[in-house]
Design a protein around this ligand. Sequence first.
Ligand code: HEC
Ligand code: HEC
Ligand code: HEC
Length: 536
Amino acid sequence: MLLLRYLAVLTVVTTTAHCRNAESGPSARGNGGGWAPARVAEVYFTTEVAGYIEPCGCTTKPLGGLPRLATVIRRGIEARTLVDAGHLLFPPKGVDDVTREQHLLKAGLLARAYRRLGVTAMNVAAADLTEGASLLKRLQHQGATPFVSANVRPVGGHGPEVARSFIRNVGAIKIGITGVTTPESVSGVEGMTAIEYAPAVTVETRALRDSGADVIVVLAHMSELAARELAEIVPDIDIVLRAPGTSVESAPKPPIQVGRTVIAEAGSQGQHVGRVTIALGSERPTGPLVLDDGDRTIRRKRALLKRKIRAFRTEVQAWQSDPAKAAAVRAKKSIIARLEARLAEPAPPTRPPDKPYLRVDQIPLDDEVPADPDLSAALKSYYSRLRAMNADKGDPTRCRPVEGQPTYVGTKACVECHAEAYAFWKKTKHALAWETLEAGSKQYDLTCVGCHVVGYQKPGGFCRIKDVSGFEDVGCENCHGPGSKHITDGDPSSIVLQATVGTCANECHVPEHSDAFDFPKYLRMVTGPGHALDKD
Ligand code: HEC
Ligand code: HEC
Ligand code: HEC
């Protein structure tokens, strides 16, 4: 059968000899009953990483990054594997002539990192084909890059190898894995074609079961609606790991269940990593696996309790000044005390189900997860290559001055006439924006510079990082506009007075980079003597 040619059967060999997270593993939670899992495996998964290797560090609580991902995975039990549900390699915006080389280097870094972390299946989504099928083939030349898709296929013989499905033996569990994306998303990519996905997944699922798969995992790059439909059409799927197709950073939604199928995601931008724990007996499961969401139910209940307490407190506060409500206040206060006591009780130990089950954890890669030194070193060497790669790159057409319009002159050009404004500005964080990049060796990263300088890629500004001199930091002209005319005539009408919420919020203080942005509050922090608000 043609299918079997694509059905590679591999055994996953892992190198970590000890198990450091046993306390969260199923073995630690005895269920007191008769059944205990004979086979346990962990499937780590990422969804919609979209070319992010590290958080930029702009926000209050940066999440994500390959070094933290590596730490979580390497702490896993020995019987583990890593898979990706698609849109791993490139940013959602795509690449242009200036940024292409950096994004290619980064895609290579991501592929290498996933290889080192033992990836055993990578779904192919449209964004992974940003640089065509030939890039995926090139990545495969560099080492094992196990692309899988039930419905995306190379044509013309020059594309990468894309398996239709795999069986991976992890912890003696045979995990059948296939991938899927919507055909429309891939149409027009040279060297690739895509067929209807539901029939393709049906065929693969059947073939995987025939080959003895204990569990069927589908890596899907599609909307929630499409994933639900897929689960209805192919009810034999145990798990759909879904990349949502929107790479705007978002916390992962909790898993849902459609029939026997659990649909789970791990958010975007590599900020979280998902983990599916599969616990089976020694026999191949005969029915659906139970979704063990014991802790989730408890967490939800506790959150509800907290919300209730908060609401009651607000009520009490509102009533307190009204003597007629004294009795009601007393009654509410005693209810609050009771609820608080309940919240203070230790959560009862959760029991794993007494039959084959799976469990989904969505682990935030926050600052409590230490960086893995191996991956940190890989990132460092990536950044060190950017200087030679990017210093000289730029699209000069974007910086060409517009006839009759002023050009950017840099912050220093304002000092002589506005010494006070300059002195105040020097004390604001805007004056440290470039230094911040330098401190992290990110000043040659094309995905960073724009918002940390004056006039980058703006008409009358500068276009190559090597020309940054004088334009470092977020300076006067980011808010007041280009000043070449004004510095010669000193005429207040030749410069823009106002920084609008539009310029700040649309260009720099976007949610992804400034989660706490509050225009009036922030404006007060950056305006002062010499450029004061409400001076009249
Ligand atoms: C040659 C001297 C000179 C230089 C250089 C200069 N300015 Fe001015 N600027 C003035 C004068 C004079 C005024 C009007 C008096 C005032 O408001 O202080 C003014 C006013 C302004 C105003 C207020 C405009 C208004 O509508 O009230 C802004 C904003 C401003 N300058 C920004 C800048 C910026 C940004 C730079 C650097 C790119 C700069 N200036 C460089 C002389 C200068
Ligand atoms: C879209 C604009 C934008 C881009 C692109 C951007 N930043 Fe930022 N960055 C900001 C803004 C705005 C802030 C200030 C956030 C705040 O305080 O709300 C900031 C703050 C920071 C800070 C924190 C500085 C401090 O004082 O705490 C670091 C570090 C940083 N950025 C690094 C980076 C790196 C590295 C990149 C590229 C990977 C990058 N930024 C890309 C807009 C951007
Ligand atoms: C973060 C944005 C921002 C930056 C950066 C900034 N300004 Fe302003 N500036 C403002 C705002 C907002 C006002 C007040 C406008 C109003 O009153 O409506 C202002 C007002 C001014 C005024 C007129 C008011 C006054 O007190 O005379 C001058 C002059 C001025 N700025 C100069 C500068 C110079 C010079 C720099 C750089 C050293 C600078 N500004 C940097 C936002 C900025």
